[in-house]
Design a protein around this ligand. Structure first.
Ligand code: NAD
Length: 351
């Protein structure tokens, strides 16, 4: 097992779950994160005083900053999660997605390659550059079928196009320069420390206070949900045991329509924190204009990850969602400042 892991984007939703998990396994972690609006060091409070954890505030587009971090920390492997990640924001402002997701990944690959070339033979053989990506690169499914690793890329949003571009760069740096890369494409994550502009936390927080629950279009869009801590474990397994040049799909096999996700959250909250002044929370649901180009359905075939690397998710959607609702009820200090600043404004209408 690698002993020193550099994680980019470790202050984000998934990155912080990866860092918390890694510190629990006893390895040294350097979190390299620019702290954009989505980065939050409060998500790392449980590990930030651990001597194995360190943090550098840096931008993956800054070659010198990346080089200094690699040369001083000397990682055995790199897990690259830093990105602009919100589809609606990519519709309103694609430039930041091109800069960070494409140019930033290019820059990181160049610096990782320079660093890797200077390692001795044993360290070179053990090194991995793990690029963390999304199933959205595959486009949209109809009623049937699953995304497999060999499904052709067909990204539809500026976000997914920028991630697809970065996946291709990673592939090319392996084939052209021999950099030992691994790639993973995952479905929608949910769980603790999720930024309150995303569907599940936004619905929990609005339903809690009796505010309207906006659902895009008719709510028929299907996503394959994965509990974030299950994803973090899968990522560490892929980074440490995946084969160079390979990609792995990660998914929980939990397909749900958006409207059913929202209804389930209402039912859980009605049960565990009933409020007579709010009543039945389903009545708060209202349908709003759909996201332009909204993909109909994503669903993952994770057979390769399961059979080749031995991964299985621990949470079902029901157990994971219940845990998540409880977490938001118990961690108001974490979400309140973010919810006050960011929740509610409609983004991504392309108007
Ligand atoms: P996030 O938006 O919560 O976090 C992104 C982190 O990257 C933040 O801490 C931010 O400060 C940092 N960052 C952004 N630009 C940076 C830059 N230029 N330099 C350094 N740091 C920068 O994202 P997330 O949901 O945790 O997603 C992490 C990764 O996983 C992304 O690459 C995303 O594409 C991928 N992914 C996400 C999901 C999901 O459901 N959230 C699913 C599959 C894949």
């Amino acid at each position: 097992m690698a002993q020193r892991i550099l994680v980019t984007g470790g202050a984000g939703f998934i990155g912080s779950a990866v860092v918390r998990y890694l510190i629990g396994t006893g390895v040294q972690v350097l979190n390299f994160d620019a702290l954009t609006y989505a980065g939050n060091l409060a998500s790392l409070a449980s590990v930030s005083s651990d001597p194995r954890y360190s943090f550098v505030q840096g931008d993956i587009c800054d070659a010198e900053g990346v080089r200094a971090a690699l040369d001083s920390f000397k990682p055995d492997l790199v897990m690259h999660l830093a990105a602009e990640s919100h589809v609606d924001r990519s519709i309103d402002g694609p430039g930041a997605f091109i800069t960070t997701n494409i140019n930033g990944t290019y820059n990181l690959l160049q610096e990782a390659l320079r660093y890797w070339r200077a390692l001795d033979e044993t360290a070179q053989a053990a090194f991995r550059f793990h690029h963390i990506s999304t199933d959205e690169v595959f486009g949209s499914l109809g009623a049937d079928g699953l995304f497999r690793e060999d499904t052709p890329y067909q990204p539809n949003s500026p976000y997914s196009a920028s991630k697809a571009a970065s996946d291709h760069l990673v592939r090319a740096w392996h084939h052209t320069y021999g950099l030992p890369t691994v790639l993973s494409n995952c479905s929608n994550n949910y769980g603790p420390f999720h930024f309150p502009e995303k569907l599940i936390p936004l619905t929990i927080l609005n339903a809690l206070k009796g505010a309207p629950l906006p659902v895009y279009g008719t709510g028929e869009n299907v996503r394959d949900w994965l509990y974030v801590e299950d994803h973090a474990e899968a990522l560490v397994l892929i980074a440490t045991t995946g084969k160079p040049g390979e990609s792995y799909n990660v998914g929980g096999g939990n397909e749900r329509r958006n409207i059913d996700v929202v209804r389930t959250i209402c039912a859980i909250l009605d049960e565990i924190t009933p409020d007579a002044s709010i009543g039945n929370r389903e009545r708060l649901i209202h349908f709003v204009a759909d996201r332009p180009g909204h993909d109909a359905r994503y669903a993952i075939d994770a057979t390769k990850l399961t059979t080749e690397l031995g991964w299985t998710a621990k949470e079902t959607f029901e157990t994971g969602l219940r845990k998540t609702v409880h977490w938001y009820l118990e961690n108001q200090h974490w979400w309140e400042p973010l919810h006050n600043r960011y929740a509610g404004q409609r983004l991504g209408l392309a108007s």
